[in-house]
Structures are given as C-alpha cells and as structure tokens.
Design a protein. Structure first.
Length: 620
C-alpha cells in the first residue's frame, strides 16, 4: 500500500510539475501581446510618414537623394504603370537591381501596386535567377539598363527603372486607392533548399508590420539619423535597415558592396540609429575601424544571421560602451527577427550570447518529440508561433505542411507553429540559448545553406563521382564550407570545380576548400560518416614552392600579411587565396593591411590574381 501511495504521489508531482512548466512557458515567457496597426499594409505606414515629414531626406545613394515626398511620388507613378499590366494583390514582381534609388522606388512601387516583390540579387548566377523567375511565375521584371544583358530570358515585360523612367513618369503622382490588404503578400525571399533548388518564403504585410512596429520602437530608430543598407536585399536581415527608418522619418543610406565602404560610411557621420550586421562582418569592422573613432557612431548594433559569441563584442564593449549590442534571432520564415537579447555590462566576456526572449506578439517554445515543453536546462527543438509566422513556401505544399504545423498552445484555431530545426535550451536566467541544428542546414556569414543543395549541384559536374560537403570552423573562428570530392575520369581540377560552382550558385554557397579523397568514409549503415571526414591541412596548403627563394619586398609583405590574416604558418608565391580559406571579408582585411604597408591593389585585382606571384605584377 505504501508503495502504491508513493507511486500516486510521484505521478501527481510529475503532472503538477508539467502543468507548472507549461504555465510558465505559455503564460509568462510568451506573454508578448502588444498593440500594432494590424489593419495596415507596410506602404500605408510609409504614406502616413510622408504626410508628417514630406521634406525630410528618405534615401541617399552616393550623390543622389530623394525626399519622402519625391520617393512617394515616384513609387506612385511606378505602381500605376504596373497596374496597367494587370499587377495586383498576390501578384509577384521580380526586382533585379543594384543597391540604388531605383531599388527603393521599385520595392515601394510594387507594394503600392498591391503586389509582392521578389528580390533578385544581380550577382546571382543566371541559372538561379531563371529558376526564381519561373518558380515565382514572375510576369513583370523590374531592372536597370546595365543589367539587361546578364539577365535570363523572360517571357513577360522587362522594365528598366532608369532608361524607361521617362515612360513611367507620365503617370500621376498622388497616392493610389488601397488595393492590397494586410493578408496579401509583401515579398517572397528565396533561401537554400535541400532538394537542390532554392525555396521561396512567403511573407505577408501583417507579419512585416508587426516586426517593423516592434523594431522601430525597441531599437529607438527615431532617436538617430537612420541606417546604412550594406547587405543584399535578397537577404532578409536587410529588411530592418530598408524599412525601419522609413517608418519614422529617418534616412536610409545605400552603401556599395564591401566592408571597407561600410567603414567609410560609419566614419563619415555620427548617430546612426542602427547597423544591422552579421557576426563575421562585425569582426571585420573591429579590425578596420580606428578604436578612437567608434564612440558615438552607432546607437545600436543589431547582430543576426548566425550564432554570436561574447568574444566578438569585446572591441565594441571597450571602445563604444554606449552602443547597444543586440543579438537578434529569427529564420526567414518568421520575418527577420522573433527573439532578441541585449548584452549588458554584467554579461561575461566569453561564451555564447543568448538569443533571449520573444519579440512582440511572438511565441517561442523548446519542445520534445511529443511537442511538450522541455524543462529548464534541457535541450529541445525550437518552435515559433504568433504574429511572426509567414505563409509558408511558394509552390511547396508538402514542405509547408511539414514545417508549419497546428499550434497546440494557441487559442486561435488557425494558429501555426514553424518548426525551425534549431536546438535550444533555457538558461538559468530564463533566456533561450541557441545550440545548433538537427539537420544538414548551416549558416555561413549569415546566409542559410542546405548542404544537400551544394552536394546535389557539385555531383552534377564531370569528374565528380561523389562528394560530401560540411561546414567547419577555421583558425579564424569562421565557419567555411569544405567539399570532399571523390574524382571520376576525367579528373576534376579544383579551379574548374570552383568556377563551375560559381556558375550555378551564389558566392556564399561555393566551398572555400576542396579536398580530394580516394573514397568517402562510411558508417556501418553505409551512409557518409561526416564526423570521420578529415580537417583540411591548412599548414600543408601553404608554401608550395621552395620557401627559401629570394623574394621582392612586396612579395615578402604580402606573404606575411596573408599568413597572419588567413592563419597559416607560411604562404608561398603560388598558393591560391581561396584554397587557403580566403573570402571577400578576409580579402578586405588583406587590402587594408597591405595598403598600410605601401602595397596597393583593388578587391577585383585580388580576386582575379589569386596568388601573390600574380598579384605583385599588378600592385601599385
């Protein structure tokens, strides 16, 4: 009898404990309700701001700028022109433009027409752009005249927002009658897909309005001058810098590609409202910006895209103590950011930065396989619900049904949870901590990559019998893609493989190192044993010729700088920059250090002349 009573008490304790945990997660941690203009579209919020600050500068690009009134009028003209083609709610309009005034006019014009925009980075390979056009059923493609020759064929109209503007400018300038509603699409952003093809994530106006309302308030955007836009608009991290300033009468500053251009922009003015940035770019900024000139430049650094560690914040905590440091977590499927943590002076100097607590009207759960909350300290899969969850994947019903499931915690019968595939736990302070992935998805410099997609494409090339692709941290602490290749006849040369990959995928999906192997290691079940794949021997990559050879002063300088930046023991004249783990960010650091030592060359020269032997022939 005593044993039975004890068992009943144990069951009761487990039940009450489970109820207590559920109550904490649902009613306390996720009590995030906050009012926002849920009945408005994004462009309507912009139009309201135009009424308040018509003469304020809305956007600056080099020596060109537009006031709020001018930007609104141009967007209205474009919207009317688009409607002549039958563009309306839930239509999708392709936008393939450089970071320019035309980009901003294009985005707002598409939204005002009632449609959603599909951002298409002009640097993407033609095959990828062609797939996006076809998959999104894009009828009208907006672009610029200098990009026409590099775009894929397209059956619908192609409008150049520069050379065709005289035609568009004949339209009336006043605001259009509302056509779209908050449930209609605002944009579709393509991310890497495990099938070998990218997938389009659909986000509607209401979700974007919720995020922007929260972000403009939390990041105090109105207190600063605005934000630089320095990253691709095909990357949803950029949404914050693109839209938030326009909601509160501040300015967006369009910055050319290259971390050095962002440094120049930050040093050119004070009091930026925020800078949205990845951890990799943040570390590069710390390397390039003078320590005595960073105070007061930025009110908030909002860091996202990949896991963040306290060590990456040391420079800013020391030299810019008044700058807020905010870790923002959120998959593309949940509108940019759905969870944040602001670092304080009491935080440690090392270790992972928590992803924190949910943003307004969002809920996050760490759940077990039965969709029950895990105890504090235990690991669970992260599920996201609330007014941040997107519509799903374009033309991928099965994948949508798999990743977007009914929300068992919501009182709304139509509520859904997005299953992230991320692992997380609650720490002792009640903040969520990101722990990693349960699948083959990785983040490289903020970009989400399905390793299966990279492998699928690599396996298509002649000379590749089979391959495996993994993400490894290098000596600098950055994650990089490593491709392990078993060759077929004829053999595949590394340079040819790299060129072939660049013709099929964006730069960030091209492996930085290719390792040739006789065979891939297998588990007892016959699957590739990724844990057994050897780490690339970067020390062996260096110094491919006799290192005792006499070198010129420029060669000595570059060999020393390359070794320091790329974290290898020695570098030879004929060692390839990319084979040593180089990328655009590390290239910028090399350029800066070389210039300080009196050896000058451009980023393009570095990428075209990838060895020191070749590079010294074009240095100044």
């Amino acid at each position: 009898m005593a044993t039975l009573v004890q068992e009943i008490l144990n069951i009761r304790e487990r039940i009450t404990g489970g109820l207590s945990l559920r109550r904490h997660v649902v009613a306390e941690f996720n009590n995030t309700a906050r009012a926002y203009p849920y009945d408005k579209c994004v462009h309507e919020l912009f139009e309201a701001q135009v009424e308040r600050t018509p003469s304020a500068i809305a956007v600056v690009a080099d020596d060109r700028q537009l006031t709020y009134a001018e930007l609104n009028e141009r967007a209205n003209q474009l919207a009317r022109f688009l409607r002549r083609f039958g563009i309306g709610p839930d239509s999708l309009v392709g936008l393939c433009v450089d970071r320019s005034l035309e980009m901003i006019v294009g985005i707002l014009g598409v939204l005002k027409a009632g449609a959603g925009y599909v951002p298409m980075d002009p640097t993407y390979p033609e095959d990828r752009l062609a797939f996006m056009l076809q998959d999104a059923n894009v009828f009208v493609l907006l672009t610029q005249s200098h990009l026409l020759d590099q775009l894929p064929s397209h059956n619908g109209p192609r409008l150049s927002l520069d050379s065709d503007w005289d035609l568009i400018a004949k339209e009336r300038k006043e605001n259009l009658a509302a056509w779209a509603n908050p449930a209609n699409l605002a944009y579709v952003i393509y991310t890497s897909g495990s099938t070998g093809k990218p997938k389009g994530v659909m986000i509607h106006h209401r979700r974007l309005v919720n995020y922007l309302t929260w972000a403009t308030e939390t990041y105090e955007v109105a207190a600063g001058c605005g934000a630089p836009v320095h990253s691709s608009f095909s990357f949803d991290l950029t949404i914050t810098s693109l839209f938030a300033p326009l909601m509160v009468g501040r300015t967006i500053f369009l910055i050319a590609d290259g971390i050095e251009n962002l440094v120049e922009a930050l040093l050119a003015r004070d009091n930026y409202s925020l800078v949205k940035i990845t951890p990799a770019h943040l570390r590069a900024l710390a390397e390039l910006m003078p320590a005595d000139q960073v105070r007061g430049r930025v009110r908030a650094l909002v860091i996202g895209g990949e896991a963040l560690h306290m060590e990456s914040l040391a420079f800013w905590r020391t030299h810019a103590p008044l700058t807020r440091l905010i870790n923002e977590y959120g998959p593309t499927e949940t509108v940019v950011g759905c969870c944040v943590y602001e670092v304080t002076e009491d935080d440690p100097v090392s270790g992972p930065v928590p992803i924190g607590t949910p943003v307004a009207n969002s809920q996050l759960y760490a759940l077990d396989e039965s969709l029950q909350p895990v105890a504090r300290g235990a690991t669970g899969e992260l599920y996201i619900g609330g007014d941040c969850v997107g519509l799903g994947y374009l033309n991928r019903k099965q994948l949508t049904d798999d990743r977007f499931i009914a929300d068992p915690f919501s009182r709304n019968c139509r509520g859904r949870l997005y299953r992230t595939g991320d692992l997380a736990r609650f720490n002792e302070d009640g903040n969520l901590v990101y722990l990693g992935r349960i699948d083959n998805q990785v983040k490289i410099k903020g970009f989400r990559i399905e390793l299966d997609e990279v492998e699928t494409i690599l396996n298509q090339f002649a000379g590749v019998r089979e391959c495996a692709v993994v993400a490894r941290e290098d000596a600098t602490g950055e994650k990089r893609l490593i491709a392990y290749v078993v060759e077929d006849a004829p053999q595949a040369e590394v340079d040819e493989l790299r060129k072939a990959m660049k013709s099929k995928v964006p730069e960030y999906m091209v492996p930085s190192t290719f390792v040739k192997m006789e065979a891939l290691p297998l588990t007892t079940n016959g699957k590739v044993d990724r844990q057994a794949l050897p780490a690339p021997d970067r020390k062996q990559n260096g110094c491919t010729e006799n290192c005792a050879t006499k070198h010129s002063q420029a060669e000595k300088t570059l060999m020393k700088i390359w070794a320091e930046v790329l974290k290898v023991e020695k570098v030879g004249l004929n060692d390839n920059f990319f084979d040593l783990g180089g990328d655009s960010i590390l290239g910028t650091l090399i350029l800066a250090r070389a210039a300080q030592a009196g050896v000058k060359f451009s980023p393009r020269q570095l990428f075209e002349h990838q060895t020191i032997a070749a590079l010294t022939n074009v240095t100044r």
